[in-house]
Design a protein around this ligand. Structure first.
Ligand code: PGA
Length: 254
């Protein structure tokens, strides 16, 4: 309570050193973006670079990974990056369960469960992404669909000192320019909050909205009481637009 709503930039597999140098110089010098409620989810190879180079500029924003290994302990797991390694490089959050990983990388609940558990153990806050495809929305079975996605959290032990972030991202809204109505977002966010508290006994959580967020719709979505922030894809690659979204967040309190 009393904090600005979270704004998470999901760069996906975009960017390079030159864009990072350019964009982060702007972000560090801007009072709306250099804030602890602003989080950049970068390709993991750039996380340590941003952290090291901006530490001398005293950055307030936080860093997130877009993925983490299912393996917990260091060892013979070629190509993997552990939750501990992310933490070691200054990463405070990590995305899990994004629809692109579900569809393109065929990741399943079992994988998400391990990733979330590893992150919590390493004190990295998981941002668990859920959302229904268009046909589930049309058939009015989206609540059942979302409930099934949330059910894997049943075995997760969340210490009182940890937090869980849920990003509600309807698949049909991601990258499409279409967003649900404010009523539809409100309904889902309230449903998810109820499920977490009543079915799972989890109270330390935030629920975000994601999917075609832009500077044109961010203010309205942030005005929904239960929405604790936004997960921004495409619009997070444009410095002026993303800065505007952060400006709206600065005016909206959780
Ligand atoms: P979008 O992506 O804002 O480009 O729709 C959101 C996401 O995939 O996290």
């Amino acid at each position: 309570m009393g904090n600005s709503k979270l704004i998470i930039a999901n760069w996906k597999m975009n960017g390079n050193i030159s864009k990072i140098n350019n964009d982060f110089m702007a972000y560090i010098n801007n009072s709306y973006t250099n804030q602890p409620n602003v989080i950049f989810a970068l390709p993991s190879i750039y996380l340590a670079y941003v952290n090291q180079n901006l530490i001398k500029h005293n950055h307030q924003f936080k860093l997130a990974a877009q993925d983490v290994s299912t393996f917990q302990i260091s060892g013979a797991f070629t190509g993997e990056v552990s939750a501990e390694m992310l933490k070691d490089c200054g990463t405070s959050f990590a995305l899990v369960g994004h629809s692109e990983r579900r569809t393109l990388l065929h990741e399943t609940d079992d994988i998400f469960y391990k990733k979330i558990a590893n992150l919590i153990k390493a004190q990295v806050t998981p941002i668990f992404c859920i959302g229904e495809p268009a046909n589930q929305r049309q058939q009015a079975s989206y609540i059942q669909f979302i409930t099934k996605q949330l059910a894997l959290l049943k075995g997760i032990v969340l210490p009182a000192s940890s937090r869980l972030i849920i990003a509600y991202e309807p698949i049909w809204a991601i990258g499409s320019g279409m967003i649900p109505t404010l009523e539809q977002i409100k309904e889902m966010v309230e449903y998810i909050a109820n499920y977490l508290t009543k079915q799972l006994g989890i109270n330390n959580f935030d629920i975000l909205y994601g999917g075609s967020v832009s500077a044109d719709n961010a203010q309205q979505i942030l005005s929904i009481n239960r929405v604790a922030g936004l997960l921004v894809g495409g619009a997070s690659l444009k410095v002026p637009e993303f800065t505007n979204i952060c400006r709206f967040a600065a005016a909206s309190m959780n």
